[in-house]
Design a binder for this molecule. Structure first.
Ligand SMILES: Nc1ncnc2c1ncn2[C@@H]1O[C@H](COP(=O)(O)OP(=O)(O)O)[C@@H](O)[C@H]1O
Ligand SMILES: [Mg+2]
Length: 239
């Protein structure tokens, strides 16, 4: 799949005579960008630039994702996993990353709520769609799997997630994951992470229990795992 604009090679600008540049027609309006990247309506205004850091954990996470987006290199297949409590801005951050990469590098990622994606893939399979249609989705250079592992998962949902992760892992495709659950519980052995995972841990909330050790091990290798701690912006907005 072509990820760069043929005309401007993803720079967004065309070189004119005498060293001048002009914007390329691939530079879509803001609304188009949100549609192209599949951003849910609630996050249309979310940008890395309007993410407010209120504590060192948020500042560190912000720096990491900013560097990731600025230096994004699709051929590495490397991604990010954001782990933290609800309302801390995980989805906001990955939306910001998708937009920055699209604007600066012309690489077209796609946002998926994880549950939506597995239902979409199931429907494609049940409709007897060719493996090609399914691979087109899974082969996107950069996808968001938002809220991975949320809610109770049935066996087929678990298998589907394992398939998506293995496919992306094997084919060096970048994945941005957000989740409310810690991965293995091993994080508790790390002084700095102990408090964070204890705050978010609820019984049976480990990703390893929900998705299987193999899937979690791949996630560790294919993404930079970033932990976030802080207040729930949703609650605060109501007060
Ligand atoms: N640090 C932040 N700066 C600005 N807005 C934020 C921040 N964190 C969260 N928000 C806003 O709060 C709401 C909840 O954030 P969200 O990204 O959905 O959290 P999470 O995915 O961690 O549950 C969204 O509207 C988001 O844009
Ligand atoms: Mg979220």
């Amino acid at each position: 799949m072509e990820t760069h604009c043929e005309k401007c090679k993803g720079t967004g600008f065309l070189k004119e005579k005498e060293g001048k540049v002009s914007p390329c027609s691939c530079r879509f309006s803001e609304e188009d960008i949100n549609r192209i990247l599949g951003i849910p309506r609630r996050f249309w205004n979310a940008e890395l630039d309007n993410y407010m850091c209120e504590n060192p954990s948020e500042s560190d996470a912000y720096k990491e994702v900013y560097i990731y987006a600025s230096s994004y290199e699709p051929s590495t297949g490397y991604g990010i996993t954001l782990i933290g409590p609800p309302g801390i801005g995980k989805t906001h951050l990955v939306v910001g990353v998708l937009k920055k990469i699209y604007r600066e590098k012309g690489i077209r990622g796609r946002f998926f709520d994880t549950k939506d994606l597995i239902y979409k893939l199931k429907a494609l399979m049940e409709e007897g769609k060719s493996a090609r249609a399914i691979k087109t989705l899974l082969d996107l250079p950069l996808i968001v799997l938002d809220d991975l592992g949320s809610e109770r998962l049935s066996e087929w949902q678990r298998e589907m997630i394992s398939y998506i992760i293995s496919y992306r892992y094997n084919n060096l495709k970048s994945t941005l994951i957000t989740t409310n659950f810690s991965l293995t519980g091993e994080e508790k052995k790390n002084k700095k992470l102990k408090k964070i995972v204890e705050d978010i841990d609820v019984p049976k909330a480990l990703m390893a229990d929900r998705l299987g050790a193999g899937t979690v091990s791949r996630i560790y290798e294919m993404t930079k795992v970033i932990y976030l701690q802080g207040r729930d912006r949703r609650k605060h907005n109501k007060i």
